[in-house]
Design a protein around this ligand. Sequence first.
Ligand SMILES: NC(=O)c1ccc[n+]([C@@H]2O[C@H](COP(=O)([O-])OP(=O)(O)OC[C@H]3O[C@@H](n4cnc5c(N)ncnc54)[C@H](OP(=O)(O)O)[C@@H]3O)[C@@H](O)[C@H]2O)c1
Length: 262
Amino acid sequence: MTTQLFDLTGKTAVVTGTSRGLGQYMARALAKAGANLILTSRDKSSLTDFQTELNDAGTKALALDLDVQSYDSIQTFADAAASEFPKIDILVNNAGCNVRKPAAEVSWDDWNLVVNTNLRGSFFVAQAVANRSMIPNNYGRVINIGSVTCVAGYAGITPYCASRGGVKQMTASLADDWGPHNITVNCLAPGWFKTKQNAVLYENPEWVEYICDRIPLNRPGQPNDLDGTVVFLASDASTYVTGQTLLVDGGISTGATKATVD
Ligand SMILES: NC(=O)c1ccc[n+]([C@@H]2O[C@H](COP(=O)([O-])OP(=O)(O)OC[C@H]3O[C@@H](n4cnc5c(N)ncnc54)[C@H](OP(=O)(O)O)[C@@H]3O)[C@@H](O)[C@H]2O)c1
């Protein structure tokens, strides 16, 4: 019974931004639970090794080009995905980016890059997949990737925090809009994981010590730390969960500071 609840055999999942990082971690977890995978990158040749890894492990994996900054690219991607897999059950909106600068130095283009990639891109990918597959099939699991910045503000990444706050609210609104179509929409909000996007921070041991002190579990996220939550939100184990933002962050969003310990 427990195993069946989390079984994704026969399901098809799109995970956007699977050329590296968290997208690959989550795609691997969904594949291990039995799902077929649609992988994406702005340059699908960068997906070849990962696609081969999944195929070798017995997963049917398709690699497609997708630039979430382009409406046309989103439509072309969604048409190709739907023609290969007429039923897409799961979408993980993972593609994203960040620009680190003091707010006083953020340019118009910085703002557009970050907010349009993370927020507008996630919305229109979800709409494209829902219109072609999830609404007609009366089934879907949309998982928008958020961040601790869905619920907390941080200096130096204001456009990013604004985009993630928007993703949280978009998730709640889409859950209401698409609930009648049996589509759940949730936001998985990771804490601090070391990937290409934030590798520069981890080069500074003082920052690592600072951040770990504020994480109740005292460490950054590890590749497998998202596995259980993404499979849960993608599976029948979460049938009655929608509109939620689930933080997978070692507890940092609690605002823990250990200030009361001696
Ligand atoms: N790392 C963390 O601690 C952390 C924490 C919370 C949330 N997140 C979020 O989780 C997601 C993955 O993060 P990550 O750390 O794994 O980042 P990453 O290593 O920089 O990977 C980002 C992925 O997004 C894709 N991407 C970027 N811009 C795109 C665009 N315009 N169109 C399509 N795809 C695009 C990239 O693909 P190509 O370059 O191949 O196109 C890449 O696969 C991001 O949304 C990030 O904001 C990360």
